[in-house]
Design a protein around this ligand. Structure first.
Ligand SMILES: [Zn+2]
Length: 454
């Protein structure tokens, strides 16, 4: 049973979803109910493995004595008496043919494949479509019993589309319909082995959520320089789901990042009548005057670390931080300001200097392209140019300096010193409730991690 060896546990918020899942996969019941009772409550928890060796992936088996809803147990036992059923879940791919789809889903069924190929609606729904959820039931002979696929036609849809193919006594039938999406909340997490993106993939965290996670902590963590191997993240986010399958991810509600000795956390909070934002659990805004890094941490740039400056290092103290990155990678201003200088200097190549205050300025050098003009006002996160190797550079990288009164200081120190606005006194009680909820979610996630690895 493929699903029993997976380390992803799904817990469902409402009994309906639980029943639905039980009906389609009785083998799930023990793990599902266990997770449900653990107090994760809403959402799913996925924990990435710490090791890098795939065959040694930890298997998460949770055995608990449970006070389960009484009618679920006999139902589950009755379903266990049925002949063996094989269940698979996956996503469709843009390159899919019936052959590749059936191979991936473990189906050997020429009649079912022919039925799909000969029916335009089925061909259109299943072949050459990227990212649609797919679940398949098969018998011991690997014949298709039931196939379900769900998708959204548009990003803002309130209803999802569903297509179900069912084996009948003589041949196959299919039906299509639409049903409302259910709002839910998911908890996922993982441990970083190589990059945050790889860990997020393993935990099945959607890219939009990983990007938000990086943004939420962009004033606290320089993901290029400071991310440690083994760093642990937990993220709680909104989803729109169809029968327990998340079809769309929404906003991060809370997040925790344990990086070496430091723990960072964030909770979304919106004061009545104000714009919402992220706060520490103590109620300090996470929005700061300066970003921790001038290089947005993306899937593309996540594999590159800081490197030593190959040239100046031997000649004089190297003043600044170098980010190795592919030519063309975006470079952004770490704070609001006015572009003070744009041009070419022998050593620095194409460079931009942004003045943030009477004392503070930042330098971006070796650029391949410059996107700003002298005198232009820029906001934190605006692009000032792209990584290059102009000037005295042996490879593409960004040379970055944070100057206070003309002298370079460690940008990280400055980013952290910047003042943070706290939650207002009137909203404090309401904020404390959000923070308490986030705390309990992080505690549940920590408990799940311990159960997985101990
Ligand atoms: Zn440098």
């Amino acid at each position: 049973m493929k699903f029993l060896s997976t380390w992803v546990l799904y817990a469902y918020a409402n009994a309906q979803a639980l029943q639905a899942m039980l009906a389609c996969n009785p083998k799930y019941i023990i793990a599902t109910l266990a997770a449900f009772m653990l107090g994760v409550g809403v959402g799913a928890l996925a924990i990435a493995n710490l090791g890098s060796d795939p065959p040694k992936l930890p298997v998460l088996m949770v055995y608990e004595s449970l006070q389960t809803p009484l009618d679920l147990i006999p139902q589950g036992l009755a379903l266990e008496q049925q002949p063996l059923r094989l269940y698979r879940k996956d996503l469709t791919r843009s390159s899919d043919t019936t052959e590749s789809l059936f191979r991936r889903m473990g189906l050997i069924d020429p009649a079912a494949a022919a039925f799909i190929r000969q029916t335009p609606t089925l061909r259109q729904a299943l072949l050459n479509q990227a990212g649609r959820t797919l679940s398949v039931q098969a018998n011991e002979q690997q014949h298709l019993l039931k196939l379900t696929t769900r998708w959204l036609n548009n990003e803002n849809d309130t209803h999802y589309q569903r297509l179900v193919i069912t084996r009948q006594e003589y041949g196959f039938s299919y039906l299509t319909d639409a049903a409302p999406l259910i709002a839910n909340v998911r908890t996922s997490g993982g441990a970083v082995a190589s990059s945050l993106y790889a860990a997020a993939d393993e935990a099945r965290v959607p890219d939009s959520v990983t990007q938000q996670l990086v943004e939420v902590f962009s004033g606290q963590i320089d993901f290029h320089r400071a991310l440690r191997k083994g760093a642990i993240f937990t993220v709680v986010y909104e989803t729109s789901e169809a029968e327990g399958e998340p079809l769309r991810a929404g906003r991060i509600l809370s997040a925790e990042f344990i990086n070496g000795p430091k723990t960072y956390n964030a909770v979304w909070f919106q004061e009545p009548g104000k714009k919402g934002g992220y706060f520490t659990l103590e109620g300090q805004s996470l929005r700061r005057a300066y970003l921790a890094s001038p290089m947005p941490y993306s899937r593309r740039t996540s594999g590159f670390g800081m490197r030593e400056h190959p040239i100046f290092h031997t000649q004089r103290a190297h003043l600044g931080v170098d980010y190795a990155a592919p030519t063309g990678a975006p470079v952004v201003t770490v704070g609001d300001g006015i572009v003070e200088h744009v041009g070419f200097q022998n050593d620095f190549g194409n460079m931009v200097v942004v003045k943030h205050s009477a004392l503070h300025s930042t330098v971006y050098a070796h650029l391949s392209r410059i996107h700003v003009r002298k005198g232009q006002a820029v906001r934190q996160g605006d692009s000032v140019g792209a990584v290059g190797e102009t000037g005295l550079a042996t490879g593409p990288h960004l040379h970055f300096e944070f100057r206070v009164n003309g002298r370079h200081v460690d940008p990280m120190t400055l980013a952290l010193q910047a003042e943070a606005t706290p939650v207002s006194a009137q909203a404090r009680a309401q904020f404390n409730q959000s923070a308490a909820l986030a705390r309990s979610q992080f505690a549940s996630a920590a408990q799940m991690r311990q159960r997985t690895f101990n």
